[in-house]
Structure formats: C-alpha cells, structure tokens
Design a protein around this ligand. Structure first.
Ligand code: ZN
Length: 322
C-alpha cells in the first residue's frame, strides 16, 4: 500500500504510511554487558561495558533536546534504499511528528540516521535526526550536503522536522534512566565499532530479535564517512555503482553519532545498522574509523522494546544497505 494524497477543497490530507510492528526481545542490561564485552574485546585493545545512569544529554558535550534514552523505547525502520536506487522516489518525504504518532509515541525524543528532507534542503543530503516531537517539539537535527568541492553542515529549524527516502530511528520519552555505557579504545580487529556491537548481540541472542539505539562519540582518531551527492540521473544498479556514486571523506574527532541497530531481520526488509554523525563543521554516514591505533569511542545505548516498520518498499532489493 502506498501513501495516498487526497484533496478536499484546498486542504491537502496525507493519509498515513503503512506500519507493521513486532515486540523485541529484551533482557536486563546487566546481562548484555558480558556479551558486548566478549565481542568488543576481539576487536579493541581496551574495552569497558557497564550499566550506568545516562549522563544528562541536554548538557555539553551532547547538547541534545532530551535528558536521557529511557521510557517507551522503540526503533523504527522507515522507507529504505529501494526508494533511493536505482532511481530516487522524490515522493518519499516523512514528517517526524507524523512518524512519532505512527510509532505510538507522539511526544518522542528521536535520534537516528536517514536521508535529509530534499524539499527543504533543495538537494539530497545526509540527515542526523535529533529532535523532540509533539507537545515539547524541538529540533536539533542537522544535515550534511555536498557544496562546491567540499561539504556543508546545516542546522534544521523547528518547523523542518522532516526527512526523505529512508530513516532508521530510536525513539523514547527522553527520560533519565539506566543505559549501557561502552568504551572502546585502539582497534585491533577489522570490524567497525557498530558492527562489532551488533554482531556480538546476534551471537549472544541467537534466534532472537534485539534492537539497540543511542549515541556514540568518537573521542579521538578519524572516521571514513560518506555524503550522498544529489540524486543520480543514471540508474544505480548494484553496490559497486552506489559506492562509486557516493562521496567519501575522512572526518576527525570529536564527533557525535546517532546509531540504530537490530540483531536480525524477522522478515521485515530491515537495515541492520545505521549510524550518522557530525563534528564541528562536517557530518555524514559512518563506515569505520581509519585510525586504529588512536581511535577511542564512548557510547550510550538502550534496548528498544518494540520495532516498527513504516512504509516498507513493495519492490525491494538489498543494494545500498552498507
Ligand atoms: Zn546513512
């Protein structure tokens, strides 16, 4: 089912996007610590994982619009790469206030990774959603777009709480509460930080669907990130063509990333991990760090209780999910 736009007089009414949901497997955060530690220690020289009270995220260095990552936690996978390749579907524009209602939490604190709202930005871009919807709406989201030979980081206004094509998000009440705190330093393996955590969860909870979302900071080192250029006029038919189309940059710490992952796909055409972040004047889609000796990460994640699949593509493929 596709979104339907109907017209009544001059009022444009957009019917809701189709939604499916599944309850995720959860366990006490303490039980996850040893699983994450085991996975991360194969990949990083120094690792610590603990259950801690979430630091006040409204304060520096986070400066987010809510204090914590707790309360009615959920993740959502909205749209997807089939709306980007082989050709972009420019009708796929999502309003975060509407998405928050669709995931049964109208007053949400949302972080995540997705496509910037091309109708507002004027072109394709990477979005770092970081906002509140509903009663106390506030928008600290940023987009990163190509500009000349370089790129530009742009802040979105309160009335620009939208994204396009796809977004993976973690939503909650933004309440203080316990979170998983992960620190990892000096990479000795081949996995990136996020894949390492995700694969540890998959191994630790076989045959279960576990969802995690939150934030991580790259405290030192640099990461390889991509920024999507404007929509391709030439069909992008495979991962190699997508990779050649994307623009890659090395971005230096300190950076903050918003990160969403799920341990396995219960048949909902999910993207298993997606992280976007920004530094002082740049931002993009996280691939991996390029400074194994000096890289250091600090993360705060919480488990999601429910997974929502919104506007799942009908004609799908697995291109562009890296
Ligand atoms: Zn991305």
């Amino acid at each position: 089912m596709l979104s339907v736009i109907s017209y009544f007089s001059d009022i444009k009414i957009k019917m809701s996007w189709p939604v499916e949901s599944v309850r995720l497997f959860t366990s006490p955060l303490e039980d996850i610590c040893s699983i994450l530690r085991k996975g991360l220690e194969k990949n990083f020289k120094e690792v610590s994982v603990s259950v801690e009270e979430c630091p006040d995220l409204t304060k520096a260095p986070f400066n987010l619009p809510a204090a914590g990552l707790a309360g009615s936690t959920r993740i959502a996978d909205v749209g997807g790469p089939p709306y980007l390749v082989p050709f972009a579907d420019l009708s796929k524009n999502y309003d975060f206030n509407e998405l928050a209602k669709l995931i049964d939490l109208p007053d949400s604190f949302i972080v995540g990774a997705g496509g910037g709202p091309h109708e507002i930005v004027g072109m394709n871009s990477e979005m770092m959603p970081n906002l509140r919807t509903g009663t106390n709406a506030d928008n600290n989201s940023k987009v990163s777009k190509l500009s000349g030979d370089g790129h530009e980081l742009v802040s979105l206004a309160k009335d620009q709480a939208c994204c396009s094509l796809m977004v993976n998000l973690f939503a909650c009440e933004g309440a203080p509460g316990k979170v998983l705190k992960v620190r990892a330093r000096q990479r000795i393996g081949e996995e990136n930080f996020v894949s390492c955590i995700r694969k540890a969860i998959t191994e630790g909870f076989p045959n279960k669907v576990v969802g995690l979302g939150g934030i991580f900071r790259m405290l030192s080192g640099a990461a390889k990130c991509h920024i999507m250029p404007n929509f391709s006029k030439i069909a992008l038919n495979n991962d190699e063509e997508v990779s050649n189309w994307l623009k890659y940059f090395e971005m230096a710490a300190p950076m903050i990333f918003f990160s969403v992952m799920v341990s396995s796909d219960p048949g909902l055409d999910l993207r298993l991990e997606h992280s976007h972040g920004y530094g002082a004047e740049y931002g993009g889609h996280y691939h991996y760090d390029v400074t194994p000796d000096t890289v250091e990460y600090e993360a705060y994640y919480n488990l999601a209780e429910v997974l929502y699949r919104v506007d799942k593509p009908q004609n799908t493929h697995n291109i562009g999910k890296n």
